[in-house]
Design a protein around this ligand. Structure first.
Ligand code: HEM
Length: 335
């Protein structure tokens, strides 16, 4: 990792704000700041408050189910979940660190985190978003993005700082623009979820394939307009999911989009041209029951929780920064 890969942040982006949220004081220094795991979680806490829930994706629903592989999946990777049916623990979530964000919010990517239970204490975690891209290429850029949104003395972020950061970092606007241009998901069950990073699958013969994961809802995409969103309650995803599960499992096809020479593997803001890429179905995600929040809250869905046969990207600084930041968030929320 490479939160060791430290760059300095423009002092002008920082200001000398002091924000006091839920009794926790977070100091933002005007001098250069390292995008360490603590600094990233401090940044999330400064924007969203420190409330005892996850620093990001604070609001969510815990679920259980199974993963059933396709016979062809074994040709791509030797991982155990491609050899037979395995139990899944999952969590749908709203992006951002606000535990009270309405389910109708347009700018929040939805999350789907999955833990494939491979037995004997082994697990593989896949933590995805309802967008094909992330909003930052490096941890430093993510920290700058957050710092531009720190509340000022009036408790509100300064729109001029947000605008200036976006102008200087145009790639950070791609995720928001993508979300703005699409219907708002009307159900957790009706969104596509992307793994975003490039993973390398290795089969029993040692052949490696670079892929991106995508979970495609069997129901198709279920969207709503801004007008329809106004008619929904703040927490309607919970009832929606309960209702769907009473009729049977909520299913997704897990597919791998096969990378081609030249497709970037180090930049989570870059999208591969999916329509021009081969896709191979790996199996079926069937989520069948709501689980107590406590089950998901006791663990971290950790992007670095990989098994022999699936490797993360070697040179993607965002991928490397995630696991240590998630550990900081876990330690704060379980204190
Ligand atoms: C450096 C970049 C990132 C940072 C610092 C970061 C930070 C965090 C933190 C602190 C949490 C809460 C962890 C916990 O308390 O369990 C979290 C959760 C989450 N993140 Fe990230 N994240 C980053 C990148 C990403 C990316 C690239 C994706 C998608 C590919 C993503 C998707 C999610 C999802 C879906 C959750 C919720 C997991 C759950 O339901 O428990 N994050 N993130």
């Amino acid at each position: 990792m490479t939160h060791a890969a430290i760059r300095t942040i423009c002092a002008g982006c920082l200001g000398l704000a002091l924000s006091i949220t839920s009794g926790v004081m977070i100091t933002q220094h005007a001098e250069a700041q390292e995008a360490s795991p603590e600094a990233l979680v401090n940044g999330l806490n400064a924007v969203f408050g420190q409330h005892g829930a996850r620093a990001s994706h604070a609001k969510g629903l815990c679920v259980t189910g199974t993963f059933t592989p396709e016979a062809t999946a074994k040709s791509l990777s030797k991982v155990a979940q491609f050899a037979g049916v395995v139990p899944l623990l999952g969590r749908f979530s709203m992006g951002g660190g606000n535990p009270k964000v309405p389910d109708t919010a347009r700018p929040a990517p939805r999350g789907l985190a999955l833990r494939f239970d491979l037995g004997s204490g082994n697990a593989f975690d896949l933590v995805m978003l309802s967008t094909p891209m992330f909003f930052a290429k490096t941890p430093e850029q993510m920290l700058g993005f957050l710092q531009a949104r720190f509340p000022g003395p009036d408790g509100k972020p300064d729109p001029a700082k947000i605008k200036a950061f976006a102008a200087a970092n145009p790639d950070t606007t791609k995720q928001g623009a993508w979300l703005s241009g699409r219907p708002i998901p009307a159900s957790y069950a009706g969104a596509n979820y992307w793994g975003i990073h490039a993973f390398t699958l290795t089969n029993a013969q040692g052949a490696a394939t670079v892929v991106k994961f995508k979970a495609v809802p069997r129901s198709g995409e279920i969207g709503m307009t801004d007008e329809e969103a106004k008619t929904k309650s703040q927490d309607f995803y919970s009832d929606d999911l309960k209702q769907r599960l009473s009729a049977g499992p909520v299913a997704f096809d897990l597919i791998s989009i096969i990378g081609e020479s030249g497709d970037p593997t180090d930049d989570p803001t870059a999208v591969w041209p999916e329509d021009a890429r081969k896709a191979i179905k790996l199996g079926t995600i069937a989520l069948s029951a709501i689980e107590a929040h406590a089950t998901c809250d006791a663990i971290v869905f950790d992007p670095a929780n990989l098994v022999d046969g699936i490797a993360g990207p070697a040179n993607d600084a965002i991928f490397a920064a995630r696991s240590p930041a998630y550990a900081v968030s876990l330690s704060r929320r379980t204190k």
